[in-house]
Design a protein around this ligand. Structure first.
Ligand SMILES: [Zn+2]
Length: 261
């Protein structure tokens, strides 16, 4: 017996209300074709769900573009520039933190987008995934000036500002600070249940997609198993709508609403 019972009951309430909760999957740190990447792509294809793949531009290899060629449901996202930690000693790891001048960060973000456009063409979304899910407070305006329209980090999504929409992730499958393997299933399901309930009861914007976060390059058998269990139950659940991030219209998402007068 796991907390699936609570999740199932919560999803049944969505069904009763004739509502569907948007979910999405983001995987980080992609650089090249690999057996691990194939594992992920096969799972997404079999489950019939789209994937937002955060690619490290400085390290991205042509083999990655080849690996994605037959996977139209995968959307490359820009994962910083080189995933380098520039934080001051003793501070949390950060590539786009306040330690470096905004012009330097903006130029790197711009280079990241243009590098991935060179590799993937129009498939790349102008969506920035800051390494370690953090960045300086002035980054949204730097990103907006660099041609980005959205950001994805971790935790509740802030309201759009500076022409940037937020599409965050909320459930990390990896216990980074402990085992560096899978987080316990029950704890993850508790979090999922809370995210669902908060949206249904109006404590969070109901349309804010719940994001699952994976890192295929470091998955062990337990992490793959956890992803399998989640997809097994959620991939075609009638109360869940898997977000096709490529069709979100991100180019228009970050723009201010048109004036109606
Ligand atoms: Zn990363």
């Amino acid at each position: 017996m796991t907390n699936w019972t609570a999740v199932t009951e919560e999803l049944a309430r969505w069904t009763d209300l004739d509502r569907r909760c948007p979910l999405w999957l983001r995987d980080d740190d992609a650089v090249a074709a690999s057996r691990q990447l194939d594992e992920l792509l096969t799972r997404c294809a079999n489950a019939g769900i789209p994937l937002g793949l955060a690619v490290i531009p400085a390290d991205a290899e042509p083999s990655l573009a080849e690996a994605l060629a037959d996977h139209a449901h995968v959307t490359p996202l820009v994962h910083g520039w080189s995933h380098t930690d520039h934080a001051a000693p003793g501070r949390k790891k950060c590539e786009f933190g306040p330690e470096r001048p905004p012009e330097t960060r903006q130029a790197e973000a711009e280079r990241g987008l243009s590098t991935l456009r060179g590799l993937f063409g129009d498939r790349v979304l102008p969506l920035f995934v800051p390494p370690w899910n953090r960045m300086a407070p002035d980054m949204p305006s730097c990103l907006s000036a660099s041609g980005y329209r959205a950001v994805s980090a971790f935790g509740p999504s802030p309201a759009p500002r500076d022409g940037i929409a937020w599409i965050n992730t909320h459930l990390d499958l990896i216990d980074w600070r402990g085992s560096r393997s899978a987080v316990p299933l029950d704890g993850l399901l508790d979090l999922l249940c809370r995210e669902l309930r908060d949206r249904r009861e109006g404590r969070r914007i109901p349309a804010e997609p719940i994001g699952l976060l994976t890192h295929h390059r470091v998955h062990d058998a337990a992490i793959w198993d956890l992803l399998d269990r989640l997809l097994d139950r959620l991939a075609d659940h009638p109360a869940v709508e898997w977000l096709a991030i490529a069709s979100l219209g991100i180019a228009s998402l970050g723009r201010p609403a048109p004036k109606t007068d």
